[in-house]
Design a protein around this ligand. Sequence first.
Ligand code: FES
Length: 125
Amino acid sequence: VGRSDTSRATVLVCITCRGTSGTVGAELADATLQAAAGAADVTIQRVRCLANCSRGPSAAIRCDNSWTYVFGSLAPATDGPALIEGARLLLHSADGIMPWKGRPEPLKRGLTARVPPPDFVGEES
Ligand code: FES
């Protein structure tokens, strides 16, 4: 199945995760924006709660026609670049699935859930 828009990925960062500092989500959003550094291929969006609060700080990555990935236990000090790297892996994936091989470590251990794209037709058992 082809993918219609391969030009941009979106990283959604929860800004209401409080963590130990009380502002850990906002810190992660800032770090992710910095890591993107005005890149044309990744959009950063702030979002108030991804319902992954107990495993926050949280972020999600999606592209058109790709699966959507939710991550938790992210670290503002280090994981902004990991989110950008993961977004680009998903953007350039031929099947809409973020490859495990080469995926940044925080996006392996922090993986919370993945959700198929809207046109998903289900799989055989
Ligand atoms: S407050 Fe961040 S996921 Fe709910």
